[in-house]
Design a protein around this ligand. Structure first.
Ligand code: BGC
Length: 458
């Protein structure tokens, strides 16, 4: 367990104080006074195993207002969702109408205090050369701008989070979506490689950036770090699974506190992979289907559990906690299968049985037919700290055509419904909804579909 020393020290102080009260009877008043001054310090030094366990999560008022502007939206508008710090300007907050809100980090933390929230979730997302295998969320920093990442992005965030005003709040950070897995699957001689990912592998700035973020954030006792670990349809294949876990391990080992600087990992962030596929077993036969395609996993529950074991076997702490983003992986509605197909052709059988209705698992942008997934849940299964909603439902994954903007958002054809794909989705149609705004901006039609196809239903 992390910070065992501090936790133990806190416990022994409490025991000592109690014993003193018992033994010294008439000194009670004096001892109580000492306790009063000591307790807040001890409370501040606490770093719990599962930060989700112990109270309400922060509800982002800006997302809540958008959800409530939609018919039916108030059914879910009190749900905690991730606050994405997706560029330097988002730290202080903006007063313009940027795609996903104008409150800065301090505004959110102050609001969390006034809500009496127990925890708040931030997404740390601004690496140099961000999103090297896609364009919709390319960032503002060029591949070599690691110094700006350190000085203008991570340092100011850490400084705000370290403010003692927030020491009783559990501040959960989701660290750099899609970055390290891209170095494994989209580089070198892989068919799926991009030149941009090759650059990030060669210059080392994804690893350096993640290590810097871990060092600065882990140093704050009430901050929790969860690294993004893609999803089963990305690193579930054994050729990706082991190398990805090894890269996470070497990255953690290169931080000041090593494995202790990582509280856990998150899978499926902003993705659509099903939590469970109840009507399909992964075996020698079903692996032959084009849907599973030799992957060892076919849903996030089995993948997250197995990946956790792999990580622990490489040296991560045995209390490592997994999170699964379930904001948009429900796949309910009338197209949801209600039982296993008995078709003899394996492709037909798997396709007719699967909950995930995507055209291909490599599809990731504004997926048609998706629904809200499990509502955020604490400790839903062994090794899983929580199901969370990190991608706020209703916020676009990317525009379906080029829309000029000043947020560094590009146009990725995977968001165009007419696009016929690339090696990363084995040249399938993108499955994206039409008429989408830039990533992060409100997409009413998608929000409505997510409500209608929610599973569990609303
Ligand atoms: C975008 C961010 C946005 C986030 C949450 C990402 O794809 O790049 O700007 O904040 O999604 O909607």
């Amino acid at each position: 367990m992390k910070n065992t020393f501090l936790a133990r020290r806190a416990r022994s102080h409490r025991v000592l104080a109690a014993a003193t009260v018992f033994a010294l009877g008439s000194w009670l008043v004096a001892v109580t006074a000492v306790q009063t001054t000591v307790s807040p310090v001890l409370a501040a030094a606490t770093h719990v195993d599962n930060p989700y366990d112990g109270g309400q999560g922060y509800v982002n008022p800006e997302w809540k207002a958008k959800a409530e502007s939609e018919p039916g939206g108030s059914q879910i508008s009190d749900t905690p969702t991730g606050v994405w710090i997706d560029r330097i300007a988002a730290i202080e907050g903006t007063d313009d109408s940027s795609s996903n809100g104008s409150m800065g980090v301090r505004d959110h933390l102050d609001e969390a205090l006034s809500q009496g929230a127990a925890y708040i979730q931030f997404v740390i997302y601004d690496l140099p050369g961000r999103d090297c295998a896609a364009l919709a969320s390319n960032g503002e920093l060029g591949p070599e701008e690691i110094d700006r990442y350190r000085n203008e992005y991570i340092d100011p965030i850490a400084e705000i989070m370290a403010d003692s005003a927030y020491e009783d709040l559990r501040i959960i950070t989701i660290i750099e979506i899609d970055s390290l897995p891209n170095l494994i699957t989209n580089t070198g001689d892989r068919e799926t490689k991009t030149d941009e990912c090759d650059v990030m592998l060669a210059n080392g700035n994804y690893v350096t950036g993640v290590q810097y973020a871990l060092d600065q954030l882990h140093a704050i006792t009430n901050v929790y770090t969860y690294i993004d670990a893609a999803h089963h349809g990305w690193i579930g294949w054994s050729s990706n699974f082991d190398p990805a876990a090894e890269l996470f391990a070497s990255t953690a080992q290169g931080t000041t506190d090593g494995f202790d600087s990582v509280d856990g990992f998150i899978t499926n962030t902003a993705n659509y992979s099903a939590l469970n596929e109840p009507y399909i077993t992964v075996n020698a036969e079903t692996k032959l289907s084009s849907w599973i395609d030799w992957n060892d996993y076919n849903d996030e529950s089995t993948f997250a559990t197995a990946f956790r074991s792999k990580l622990v076997s490489l040296g991560f702490n045995s209390d490592l906690g997994m999170l699964i983003d379930t904001s948009r992986n429900g796949w309910g509605g009338s197209d949801r299968p209600t039982g296993a197909s008995s078709a003899s052709d394996v492709d037909t059988m798997v396709d007719d049985s699967r909950i995930d209705r995507r055209i291909h698992k490599g599809n990731w942008c504004n997926q048609s037919g998706a629904g809200l997934g499990e509502r955020p849940t604490v400790s839903p299964a062994s090794g899983i700290d929580a199901y969370v909603w990190i991608k706020p439902p209703g916020e676009s994954d990317g525009s379906s055509e080029l829309i000029p903007n000043d947020e560094g958002k590009g146009f990725d054809e995977m968001c165009d419904p007419a696009y016929e794909g690339n090696p990363r989705n084995q040249n399938n149609l993108s499955g994206a909804l039409p008429n989408a705004p830039i990533s992060g901006a409100w997409f009413s039609a998608q929000f409505q579909e997510l409500l209608a196809n929610a599973y569990p239903a609303l």
